[in-house]
Design a protein around this ligand. Structure first.
Ligand code: NAI
Ligand code: MG
Length: 366
């Protein structure tokens, strides 16, 4: 079997625990991986003067594939999100999040099977913002007034929502190509084009244009985001592949995780033309960090996506089967899943869950 060198950014908070668990489970599949560890996050600021050191970005460029744990972003002030910066720097324009029920994980439905394709580079996450009372904010407010575009209260902070035809076309095309490649029947575009005619409206118009090229091959429809949320919660089987601008995709990701048993089991990937960085949907969970309580399933399933990406399909399948077996057995489940299933059975630690999964994978291989 070929040897792979993969960049591992463990992150912080529960990332340290879930990354270690992930490494142990990947090793159990027998796949030959050399991990190259790279740092990012608040701890880097003192050492390197930035939360995202250049050598970390270089390591991902060199190996082309990385897996990362979550990284804490201070709310309101402090540095901008390292996660957003990494996606931008490496042009990881797709955020791919398969949503698949795991029987026994406490989902509201037993058979959710859909795929979130979220635009990763623009929208309100572009990071173009003007602080209240700043000169930029004042000038922008004046500009909008002069243009007759509308009146903004003078004491406003402003975040800009750019949506381009280029990025919309790229993400919608990715969604359709993904559907074709994986035998999926339908792509739904979620938006608020009725209100934001020039941003979401452009996204929808572009989606309709791209959809025409796939006519007869993949079905297309669209859904206004608020109605979409209700439809999703009541009838998840109405959806297959769903394509979103950045913000709605972020929110819908956690909503979908909730349908399946929670953030503890929701994997994901950030994908570009050249590089891919795999990571769970969840954040650093400061409330349980360092307590050996985290559910590492989400990062472990992100590693399965990574193994598919590098052509190690058997190892990926082993991990998925192992996970399904451990959840179906139900003896070794973490606290988040006990809560999701309203179960009084004792919860196991992150490390005990990991050991049970490693044992199961070894049993499957024997
Ligand atoms: P969060 O996802 O870290 O936590 C939300 C809730 O879910 C918490 O109660 C947490 O304990 C629980 N939870 C999350 N993952 C879990 C797991 N694997 N096992 C068991 N329980 C789990 O979201 P929150 O609290 O909003 O964000 C915390 C920090 O993480 C923030 O600084 C945020 O910016 C950052 N973040 C980083 C992300 C990344 O690195 N990609 C993504 C999302 C948030
Ligand atoms: Mg999120």
């Amino acid at each position: 079997m070929a040897k792979h060198t993969i960049t591992l950014i463990p992150g912080d908070g529960i990332g340290l625990e879930t990354s270690a668990a992930m490494q142990q489970v990947v090793a159990a599949t027998g796949v030959d991986i050399e991990w190259e560890t790279a740092e990012a996050g608040a701890a880097c600021i003192e050492k390197y003067g930035t939360p995202l050191p250049e050598q970390t970005v270089e390591a991902v460029r060199r190996n082309k594939v990385a897996i990362k744990g979550p990284i804490t972003t201070p709310v309101g002030s402090g540095f901008r999100s390292v996660n957003v910066a990494l996606r931008k720097t490496l042009e990881l324009y797709v955020c791919l999040r398969p949503v698949l029920s795991i029987p026994g994980a406490g989902g509201r439905y037993e058979d959710v099977d859909l795929v979130i394709v979220r635009e990763n580079s623009e929208d309100l996450y572009a990071g173009i913002e003007f602080e209240k009372d700043s000169e930029g904010a004042q000038r922008l407010i004046q500009f909008c007034e002069d243009e007759g575009a509308g009146t903004i209260r003078p004491d406003s902070g402003i975040s800009i929502k750019p949506i381009s035809e280029t990025a919309s076309e790229n993400i919608v095309r990715y969604a359709f190509d993904y559907a074709v490649k994986h035998g999926r029947k339908k792509v739904t575009a979620a938006h608020k084009a009725n209100i934001m005619k020039h941003s979401d409206g452009l996204f929808l118009q572009t989606a309709r244009k791209v959809a025409k090229e796939y006519e007869g091959q993949v079905e297309f429809n669209d859904n206004i985001i608020d109605a979409f949320c209700m439809n999703l919660v009541m009838n998840p089987d109405w959806f297959d592949v769903i394509v979103f601008p950045n913000l709605y995709g972020d929110i819908a990701s956690d909503l979908c995780a909730g349908l399946c048993g929670g953030l503890g089991i929701a994997p994901g990937a950030n994908i570009g033309k050249e590089y891919a960085v795999f990571e769970a949907v969840h954040g650093s969970a400061p409330d349980i960090a360092g307590k050996n309580l985290a559910n590492p399933t989400a990062q472990i399933l992100s590693a399965a996506m990574m193994l598919d990406h590098i052509g190690e399909l058997e190892a990926a399948a082993l991990i998925r089967q192992g996970v399904r077996n451990v959840y179906a057995d139900g003896t070794n489940l973490t606290a988040d899943i006990r809560r999701a299933t309203n179960s009084d059975a004792p919860a196991v630690s992150c490390t005990d869950f990991t050991q049970a999964l490693v044992d199961e994978i070894e049993r499957l291989r024997a």
